[in-house]
Design a protein around this ligand. Structure first.
Ligand code: GDG
Length: 483
């Protein structure tokens, strides 16, 4: 059994240059946590971009950076600013991201950024080939690296390769509009196992393989020359214990130990005990439906005026890809909507929306989750949506209502939440009303089922299921060849 090589666009490490030295801080994001059981020191390696372009790395620190990364079992792929622009901000985020989320009108089909995408994918593949042996297992992550599996397969035909897509895979009618649809599918088919969050994405992918490449597909196996490629769904979970423990610890804090945000939230609750907090947390991304949510909130206040001065919407919008024009436009739209709605409805003692445009420390995230009576997460399209799962995990007394979009992958596993269509304002307004009125016992019954499921299918289980399925698949494929 060889080593495991994980590969993603960004390494799970933050590099910081200061005082002429370098520090490498491991990130604590969901993917990094989930991979802990797979990426366990000596027998594994994580390859990715460090987040610093070639131009940003001082020459005298190159060796130090490599040493710092290797202490964390990581190795970097070097990218110039021009490569990051074409590959990441270009093809990944102006072509694939909008297209795969059904924002066809936002997708740009530019040959230059496609060329850079290919070139950078080749760099990642070369970095793997330089470190890999035939008996290693490679796990490639996400839409920035869809050509890597085939590029590695060309050099190492017998190696075991898995690919997981963190965003939706669109229907054939959408996917077929991509000028490089064939190349992207062929790139992915270098894998032995291709994983998606949901059965629907899996089905869409298989239909594109059948119709664009005309390959033989039987159930969820694709037959390609002398290989069988398996396609399956692996809904990603969260680090359940981390969130539930943080919430428990949070409850036990004395007033003096609480954050300023928590104290403010508590003061508001004390001064208006029947007031409700509704929470909305997302990256500021057009797929997350933040502008639509604000319009729906305005509609709700108009339809149910009895909740004026009683309900407060807390929006945390985390800055993201702010040099892509659509994201700049969206920022302006959200700023204006918040201003307009607050201007229209505020009273001397009440502001309907609290709006934070920033990333908050983990501790404040827990403050928000645990203080909110309702989480309102209504993306227009979302691969999974981990925030929905994290909110439920922090509800230690099992109260709290989750209102979730049907268009989020998470909706498949969270039937006990209140599922809505993000375009149906009438339904949304009625559902917020229902959530506010929901008896405590009903909230607890729903959350009890959800929590048990989330605890069982946590992120570690997700990573282990994927890896063992990849091992099995490689065995099946080998016995198919030797038949
Ligand atoms: C992609 C897919 C899929 C958010 N704000 C803060 C903060 N967060 C953390 C949350 C959560 C994560 O960021 C966001 O995860 P999501 O799943 O909601 O969304 P994407 O970033 O779009 O992720 C998505 C995911 O990949 C996994 O496959 O679910 O569909 O789009 O973990 O907690 N964390 C901190 N401060 C914040 O202000 N510390």
């Amino acid at each position: 059994m060889g080593k495991t090589i994980i590969i993603s666009n960004r390494l799970p490490i933050q590099l910081q240059i200061h005082n002429g030295g370098i520090t490498a801080i491991p990130s604590v994001g969901g993917l990094a946590t989930g991979m802990k059981s797979v990426h366990s020191g000596g027998d594994s390696l994580w390859i990715g971009w460090s987040g610093l372009t070639d131009e940003e790395i001082p020459e005298n620190l190159v060796g130090d950076i490599d040493d710092a990364l290797s202490k964390h079992g990581s190795s970097k792929v070097n990218l110039s600013q021009q490569e990051v622009d074409g590959f990441y901000y270009g093809f990944s985020n102006r072509t694939v991201w909008p297209l795969f989320h059904y924002f066809l009108e936002y997708s740009e089909f530019e040959i230059e950024s496609w060329e850079t995408y290919k070139k950078v994918n080749q760099k990642f593949a070369d970095a793997i080939v330089a470190k890999a042996d035939d008996d290693d297992t490679i796990w490639v992550h996400d839409y920035q690296l869809m050509l890597v599996p085939q590029m590695v397969r060309e050099k190492l035909p017998n190696i075991s390769i898995g690919f997981f897509l963190h965003i939706p895979f669109p229907s054939f009618e959408i996917f077929r509009t991509l000028p490089w649809r064939k190349e992207v599918l062929e790139g992915l088919l270098g894998s032995d196992l291709i994983g998606f969050h949901t059965y629907d994405y899996e089905r869409h992918f298989l239909s594109s393989v059948r119709r664009i490449l005309g390959l033989d597909v039987s159930f969820n196996d694709i037959y390609l020359e002398d290989r069988i490629i398996k396609v399956d769904s692996f809904p990603m979970g969260i680090d359940y214990k981390k969130f539930s423990d943080a919430a428990l610890e949070h409850q036990q804090r004395s007033k003096a130990e609480q954050s300023e945000l928590q104290q403010r939230l508590n003061n508001h609750k004390e001064s208006a005990p029947d007031a409700k907090f509704i929470l909305s947390i997302d990256r500021l991304d057009y797929t997350k439906g933040i502008a639509k949510r604000l319009n729906a909130f305005e509609y709700f206040l108009t339809k149910y005026p009895q909740y004026k001065e009683k309900v407060r919407l807390i929006i945390l919008a985390v800055p993201s890809r702010s040099n892509v024009p659509q994201y700049q436009l969206l920022k302006r739209e959200v700023d204006e909507l918040v201003g307009r709605i607050n201007g229209e409805f505020s009273t001397v003692s009440w502001t309907p929306i609290w709006y934070f445009y920033r990333s908050m420390p983990f501790e404040n995230l827990i403050d928000l989750y645990t203080s909110s009576d309702i989480a309102w997460l209504t993306p227009i399209r979302d691969g999974m949506n981990l925030v929905a799962k994290e909110y439920v995990a922090t509800r230690t007394d099992k109260t709290g209502v989750l209102i979730l979009s049907e268009m989020a992958g998470a909706a498949n596993e969270m039937n006990e939440s209140l599922l809505i269509n993000p375009n149906n304002f009438e339904q949304i307004a009625d559902t917020i009303h229902q959530a506010i009125q929901m008896p405590k016992e009903e909230q607890q019954e729903r959350n009890d089922v959800l929590q048990k499921r989330l605890e069982r299918y946590n992120v570690e289980r997700w990573a282990n299921d994927f890896m063992s399925s990849l091992t099995d698949q490689k065995e099946n494929s080998r016995s198919y060849v030797s038949r």
